[in-house]
Design a binder for this molecule. Sequence first.
Ligand code: ADP
Ligand code: MG
Length: 254
Amino acid sequence: MSEPIIRVEGLRKSFGPREVLRGIDLEVARGEVVVLIGPSGCGKSTLLRCLNYLEVPTQGRVWLRGELLGRQEKDGRLVARPEAEVDLQRTRVGMVFQRFNLFPHMTALGNVIEAPMRVKGMPRARAEALGLRLLERVELLDRKDEYPVRLSGGQQQRVAIARAMAMEPEVMLFDEATSALDPELADEVLQVMQGLAQEGMTMLVVTHEMGFAREVAHRIIVLEEGRILEQGPPSVVFTQPSQPRTREFLRKVL
Ligand code: ADP
Ligand code: MG
């Protein structure tokens, strides 16, 4: 196997006395689609947030294609990376959240081109060409000049996906990107996500959409209380889970 895009080793995260992630080991291959499921509060969001250093792990390491995230080795010791380098690493990991967090004072196109221009220093003309291509891909070219308030929730999430893709990330994280949407609007977002998966994007997806998980995921990971309870292809995890507690959880959500 070629080098994993993401490698996680012994990841632990505590908030005060509460240990939320209790030793996660994980490798994600290029082009792999991993769906994370598990009860509310089991640490799914925290795990995703550790993968782009929005949360700093309490213990353990995360590598992006072999490069240690957030820290570096110096004289045989691990020290914090300069913040500018961490920011650069973050741009390699795109993220879409449950709540639409578009910039309200920018048009759809403005939202998409902001980071490439500001963070990567891309000239406006090039950023706009890229932005238009991405808006076309999420089928919103005709809404490019609209402000977020004039877009439906589903359209806003599709702009959010285009905006994340504009940084040409190596991996995309989705944290319940459709949970706040009506089913119809959720579907149009799920279709865009499925399209990305088919184009070979590496994706880690937290979702309650079991249809999507079954159809699109290569691997399901079941988290429970900050540990991986079980993992495998959807055909196995959904129909013959090895853990009774997986069965219990699935009974509630399927
Ligand atoms: P999930 O996404 O699986 O529902 P989370 O990762 O959001 O779970 O949260 C796991 C646990 O960590 C929860 O008990 C939550 O209250 C706690 N938690 C998450 N973020 C913080 C934080 N910034 N400070 C304190 N506790 C947090
Ligand atoms: Mg969550």
